[in-house]
Design a protein around this ligand. Structure first.
Ligand code: ADP
Length: 443
C-alpha cells in the first residue's frame, strides 16, 4: 500500500499532468480553470472526510467507522487496527477484573479496600454482609460513616495494624462476632479483612462455663470431705458413732465425685471417638430386658415398672453408647417419679423408624425448660437432682449418643403429671431381628 505522502504526491502530479494536457489541447485559461476545479474537488473531499471523522470521534464505535479513498483508506484502516487492539486489551482487562471479582467473592473472609482517606473503593459480598454495606452504592463513602461502632472507628484511627479487633455486631437481629484486621498496602491504601468468629466465641464461652461448672460441682464434695477429715483429726478422743456417720457421709460425697468423673469421661469419649461402627447390630430387646432388671434394682421396689417390646427391630451401632443413653433416660424416670409412680419402657415402630420411650408419672417439667434440658449441668430443680445423685450431665450424654446414631430425643411433659422421653431412630439404622414379643411388669 502507498504511503500518505506517496498517494498525495501521485494525486497532485496526476492533476497537474491532466491540466498540462488540457493546455496543449484547449488553451492556457481552460487548463488553469480545470486545475483549479480539480484542486477544489480534492479539497472538498478532504473537508467532507474530516467532518465525517470528527462526527465519528464523538461516538467512536468500530461498526460505524466511516470509509474513504486514497489516504483516508490508510487512516481508517489504521484506526480500525487501533480499535481492534484496544478491544483486545479491554477484553483482557475485563477478564482479569472478572477473575479478581470471582476470587474476592470466593474468599471466605470479608474484604474492603479503602483509599488513603478511608473511603470505600471495593468490597466483596461477605464484607457487605458483615458490615451492612453495599459495594456499588457505598463506593466513595467514608467507611466510618457506614460502620459506626466506636471500637472500629478508634481502631481505624489508631492504625494499629498488628492486632486484630474483635467486634460484636448485629445483622438482621442476629448477633455476630467479627475479627477485623487492618492491612496496609500499596500507596497508602488499606485492606480491611473480617472473619466471622461467632462459633469460636461460643465454643470459648462454653469451655469457660464448662470449667466453671465442673469446678463448682467438685468443690462441694471436696469441702465436705475435707471438713469431716478435719473434725475427725481434731477429736480429742475417738467417737465411733461420729466416725461411722462421717465415713458414711464422706463415702456419699466420694460416690458423687466418682459419678461426675464417670459422666465427664463418657461425654468426652462420645465427643472424641470416631463415629460408631454401623456394621454391628444391637439386640435391643435383650438390652432392654437387662436395663429393665437394673431399673427394678434402682427403684428399690418404690415404683411400678413395665417393659413393652412391640417391635423386633434391632439397631445398627455401638451398644455401649445406646445402653448409656437408654440407662440415663430410665434412671431419670425413676429419680424424678415419686414413690408408687409408674414407669413404662417401650420399644415400638413409629412413622420415622422406631422409638424407645420412657414414660413416667413423675414431677414433669414446665414447657419453658424443655429446650435447655440437654445442656450440660442444666437442672430444673437443683436440689432434687443432687439428692437423687444426678450430675446434670445425663441428658447431654443421651443427646450426644443419639446424635451419633442419627437418632433424636423428643420430650413431652406436663408438670405434676409426668413425662415421656423418646429416643427415635431413623429407619436406615434399623434391622429386623427374630425376637419374641414380650410385655413384662414389676411392682
Ligand atoms: P440430672 O443428673 O440432674 O438428672 P440430666 O441431664 O439427666 O441431669 O437432666 C437434666 C434435668 O432435666 C434434671 O435436672 C431434671 O430437672 C430434668 N429431668 C430429666 N428427666 C426428667 C424426668 N423424667 N422428669 C422430670 N424432670 C426430668
Amino acid at each position: 500500500m502507498f504511503s500518505v505522502w506517496g498517494q498525495t504526491t501521485a494525486l497532485l502530479v496526476s492533476i497537474a499532468l491532466g491540466s498540462l494536457a488540457f493546455w496543449l489541447l484547449v488553451g492556457l485559461w481552460a487548463a488553469l480553470l480545470l486545475f483549479a476545479v480539480l484542486l477544489l474537488c480534492v479539497l472538498l473531499y478532504h473537508i467532507a472526510k474530516l467532518v465525517a471523522l470528527q462526527k465519528w470521534l464523538s461516538h467512536p464505535l468500530r461498526e460505524t467507522l466511516p470509509d474513504g479513498l486514497w489516504l483516508w483508506e490508510i487512516v481508517y484502516s489504521q484506526l480500525a487496527r487501533m480499535l481492534r487492539l484496544q478491544g483486545q486489551s479491554e477484553a483482557r482487562l475485563s477478564a482479569a477484573l472478572d477473575r479478581f471479582q470471582q476470587v474476592g467473592a470466593a474468599v471466605p473472609e470479608g474484604m474492603v479496600i479503602l483509599d488513603e482517606f478511608d473511603r470505600i473503593e471495593w468490597c466483596n459480598p461477605i464484607a457487605e454482609r458483615h458490615f451492612g454495606i453495599e459495594g456499588q452504592r457505598d463506593q466513595g463513602h467514608h467507611i466510618t460513616n457506614l460502620v459506626r461502632h466506636p471500637e472500629f472507628v478508634e481502631y481505624l484511627k489508631l492504625q494499629n495494624y498488628g492486632e486484630p479487633l474483635t467486634l460484636k455486631s448485629s445483622r438482621d437481629t442476629v448477633e455476630i462476632v467479627l475479627s477485623v484486621h487492618l492491612i496496609p498496602y500499596g500507596d497508602k491504601q488499606k485492606l480491611v479483612s473480617s472473619r466471622d468468629i461467632t462459633r469460636w466465641e461460643l465454643i470459648e464461652t462454653m469451655r469457660k462455663d464448662f470449667i466453671a461448672n465442673v469446678s463448682h460441682e467438685l468443690r462441694t464434695p471436696i469441702t465436705v470431705i475435707a471438713g469431716f477429715l478435719e473434725t475427725l483429726a481434731d477429736l480429742p478422743k475417738s467417737d465411733p458413732d461420729l466416725t461411722r456417720r462421717s465415713i458414711h457421709l464422706m463415702r456419699e460425697q466420694a460416690t458423687r465425685m466418682h459419678r461426675l468423673v464417670e459422666d465427664l469421661l463418657t461425654l468426652s469419649k462420645l465427643e472424641h471417638t470416631e463415629k460408631p461402627n454401623f456394621d454391628k447390630q444391637i439386640a435391643v430387646a435383650e438390652l432392654l430386658r437387662s436395663l429393665y432388671q437394673e431399673a427394678i434394682a434402682l427403684s428399690k421396689d418404690k415404683h411400678r415398672i413395665e417393659l413393652q417390646l412391640d417391635t423386633e427391630d434391632n439397631v445398627f451401632g455401638n451398644e455401649d453408647e445406646v445402653r448409656s443413653a437408654f440407662a440415663n433416660l430410665i434412671s431419670n424416670g425413676i429419680r424424678y417419679t415419686p414413690k408408687d409412680g409408674l414407669i413404662k419402657l417401650c420399644w415400638k415402630r413409629t412413622v420415622e423408624g422406631a422409638a424407645f420411650s420412657v414414660q413416667d408419672t413423675g414431677i414433669g417439667i414446665e414447657q419453658q425448660y424443655i429446650p435447655r434440658l440437654t445442656e450440660r449441668f442444666y437442672r430444673v430443680d437443683r436440689s432434687r437432682s443432687r439428692e437423687t445423685g444426678g450430675t446434670g450431665l445425663g441428658l447431654a450424654i443421651v443427646k450426644h449418643a443419639l446424635n451419633r446414631h442419627q437418632a433424636k430425643l423428643e420430650i413431652v411433659s406436663t408438670p405434676g403429671e409426668g413425662s415421656v422421653f423418646s429416643a427415635i431412630f431413623p429407619a436406615r439404622r434399623l434391622v429386623k431381628a427374630l425376637a419374641p414379643r414380650a410385655t413384662e411388669k414389676a411392682s
